[in-house]
Design a binder for this molecule. Structure first.
Ligand SMILES: [Zn+2]
Ligand SMILES: [Zn+2]
Length: 373
């Protein structure tokens, strides 16, 4: 009898994704297999698709299965793994991208994202590494003995449950790193899915005034920002574009913001806007990657305003766990963020849709459902 085969979308070159089949892995006592229900897509998938970000480690451009925001059902799990993760077949789980060693100094002190022994990652490891099925754009995904597994309510719609990932970013960036507290004025620069998630998290944490910036082409996202609790939305480009810093000054009556999140991709000017929008002693969280470019930075401003400037690297287990609790509370109409569902065969189209390359589409949250929705 032949081995059961698993279909997966493999990125073989920039802008080239093809469906390939791999043998369904044999599971031992210490690992598991997930039947993938949904996998969210984010800006880093777009950059990787275009060939801008090489997948972590590994031979550059080695074919790999993308998809680092997966949720799914435990199909098979070894006895030891089941006990360690607290799961049984049929449970729904979300996986983190990082597969740490769980034994080095960084792992033991809670900085597992800095683990120097990590050799694999979900959605980044090449298919040449057994058993190939590391990414979420596949019917099944291999769960490694040290994968980071979060349980999540099975009764939620898959496209809502899979928002554990962007919402985790909102929780970590706004609340844990930005330390948004009761009554704080929060400015979010950038209205993508993580900007909207930051609005949701800041609102849940008791923020006072929330101000969100976006481009004229982000009108639908800014409308969502208002629905999720933003008090003011600013369009900062085009003929009617406003000056972010002046608008924040006016709205806050000169007090400026307690917390500013800079989430815009590639643009340099918003970093200065972020510093200038914060009050004396305020917090500025930087999470918008600039493609490795040097950008001008007025360090005197940071000193004279006694700013705390923090870099946001991804999301950690606490951020994901709190995001999952927020989703499971059912108090937030997250389905309003979900705009597009695609099957495995349309992986490239899904990424191009999120990238804004498909005329007429207004994407916010896009996910791939490899086994149908
Ligand atoms: Zn992502
Ligand atoms: Zn480690």
């Amino acid at each position: 009898m032949g081995k059961e085969m698993v279909r997966a979308a493999v990125q073989v070159a920039p802008r080239k994704i093809e469906i390939r089949e791999f043998p369904k892995p044999t599971i031992g006592p210490d690992d598991g297999l997930m039947r993938v229900e949904a996998n969210g897509i984010c800006g880093s998938d777009v950059e990787t698709y275009k060939g801008h970000l090489p997948p972590m480690g590994a031979a550059e451009r080695a074919p790999f299965i993308p998809g680092h925001e997966p949720i799914g059902i435990i199909e098979e799990v070894g006895e030891q793994a089941a006990a360690r993760w607290g799961v049984a077949p049929g449970d729904r789980v979300a996986l983190e991208v990082i597969v740490p060693c769980r034994a080095c100094h960084d792992c033991l002190t809670g900085r597992y994202q800095a683990c120097r022994n990590r050799r694999y990652g979900h959605g980044v490891t090449g298919v040449h590494v057994a058993p190939s099925l590391w990414g979420g754009f596949a019917e099944y995904l291999y769960i490694s003995p040290t994968s980071v597994v979060h349980r999540i309510d099975k009764t939620l719609p898959a496209e809502v449950a899979v928002m554990f990932n962007p919402l985790g970013a909102g929780v970590r960036w706004a609340v844990h790193l930005g330390e948004v507290g009761l009554g704080d004025t929060v400015v979010v620069l950038g209205a993508g899915q993580r900007g909207l998630a930051s609005v949701i998290a800041a609102r849940a944490a008791g923020a006072g005034t929330i101000i969100v910036t976006g481009l004229a082409s982000d009108a639908h996202k800014l409308a969502l920002a208002r629905e999720f609790g933003a008090d003011h939305t600013l369009v900062v480009d085009g003929p009617d574009g406003v000056n972010t810093v002046e608008a924040v000054r006016e709205i806050t009556d000169g007090a400026m913001a307690d917390v500013v999140l800079e989430l815009t991709p590639m643009a340099a000017a918003p970093v200065t806007d972020a510093l200038l929008s914060a009050r004396h002693g305020g917090r500025v969280v930087l999470a918008g990657l600039k493609g490795g470019r040097q950008i001008p930075l007025n360090t005197d401003l940071i000193i004279n305003r006694a700013l705390r400037v923090v870099g946001a690297f991804g999301v950690d287990a606490r951020g994901y766990a709190e995001a999952i609790a927020l989703i499971e509370s059912g108090r937030i109409p997250l389905e309003k963020l979900h705009t597009h569902t695609f099957g495995l065969d349309d992986t490239a189209l899904a990424i191009e849709t999120l990238a804004g390359e498909v005329p007429g589409e207004q994407p916010v949250h896009v996910s791939i459902h490899p086994n149908g929705s």
